[in-house]
Design a protein around this ligand. Structure first.
Ligand SMILES: Nc1ncnc2c1ncn2[C@@H]1O[C@H](COP(=O)(O)OP(=O)(O)OP(=O)(O)O)[C@@H](O)[C@H]1O
Length: 309
């Protein structure tokens, strides 16, 4: 990939805290105009990596380029072009919500409309409330608003929906989708599989300070595993004609009386073949289900751990 196509290029990143190696040779490329979700168990090194991209930490080894710049040496040029939402802090606790947002907007040449952004994120009613008196979810949404108000080219969102109620989560997703549609590059960490599946162009799974898998959600879920299609019908169906109609490499079997399983490359064509065979044979395929691996399955296979563990 040409470096001009990359919003973030990390190569062989190592970061230690004393004896502890938090990041150990991490490689990651984020394409411009795309959203990359970084997933990994607690302590995998996600926040450390992101903070290094933001210029808050210096690499012990390896290189980090953000919009083609060095986040530490070129900080003054880079900071106005990126938006940062930290997991916590970075905000004056006594400051009032809307004042802080207005202040942040004033630091940028072409900011978003502050009242509209505040309304969109449900912050308009708490505009005069000091930051420390906002609820956890409100603090979170204010941090998101502050990260995006300057129309950055690239935003880093560290667990943007952690602890949000479903409504606020949805509003956050909508805002992130709009940013993405406007061509903003986005890196977000999350512990929510559905968030990554809904929003991400690319997913990077980090464990032990390295990226152990990267690809689109579809690529990662496709993997080596076959898809499955299950249905229920009358017991003892003769599957010979179905098997003949299915493509090579696809199997069909009656697992238990009346319970059928088709395994293979499950695509719309295969589904059509199975349902038309059912129609020809007077079979109503009850509980028809197409099942594919989810990101959570992939994550479990790769890390042996539950994402939220
Ligand atoms: N300032 C620090 N001093 C010492 N160790 C640290 C520091 N910050 C992080 N670590 C350690 O480095 C490792 C990576 O932490 P990091 O916060 O980057 O992980 P993470 O993937 O973001 O985790 P989480 O999902 O819990 O946010 C952990 O073992 C953590 O304890």
């Amino acid at each position: 990939m040409q470096s001009s196509d990359a919003a973030v290029e990390i190569s062989g990143l190592v970061k230690r805290y004393g004896e502890k190696t938090a990041v150990s040779g991490l490689d990651l490329t984020v394409r411009r105009g795309t959203l990359t979700a970084v997933l990994g168990p607690n302590g995998a090194g996600k926040t450390t990596t992101i903070e290094t991209c933001e210029g808050y930490r210096r690499p012990d080894a390896g290189t980090v380029r953000v919009l083609g710049l060095d986040p530490v040496a070129d900080a003054a040029r880079l900071k106005p072009r990126i938006g940062v939402m930290l997991q916590s802090g970075g905000v004056y606790p006594g400051g009032r919500a809307l004042e802080m947002l207005r202040h942040m907007a004033a630091l940028h040449a072409n900011p978003l409309d502050v009242p509209a952004l505040a309304e969109r994120l449900g912050l308009d009613s708490c505009g005069r409330t000091p930051y420390r008196r906002l609820s956890g979810g409100q603090q979170q949404r204010l941090a998101l608003a502050m990260a995006v108000v300057g129309r950055p080219e690239l935003v880093f969102l560290d667990e943007p929906t952690a602890g949000l109620d479903p409504h606020a989560r949805r509003a956050t997703w909508d805002l992130v989708r709009d940013l993405r549609r406007d061509g903003v590059s986005i890196v977000l960490t999350t512990h929510h599989m559905d968030e990554a599946e809904q929003l991400a162009d690319d997913v990077a799974i980090v464990e032990g300070g390295r990226v152990i898998a990267q690809g689109s959600p579809e690529e990662l879920c496709r993997g080596e595993a076959k898809g499955t299609l299950r249905f229920q019908g009358r017991p003892g169906l003769d599957l010979g004609t179905l098997i003949k109609a299915l493509p090579d490499g696809t199997s069909a079997a009656e697992l238990t009386p009346g319970s059928y399983l088709v395994e293979g490359e499950v695509d719309p064509q295969l589904l059509a073949t199975v349902t038309s065979w059912c129609a020809q044979n007077g079979v109503m395929p009850e509980r028809l289900a197409v099942e594919r691996r989810t990101l959570e399955d992939v994550f479990l296979e790769l890390t042996g751990r539950d994402l939220r563990a």
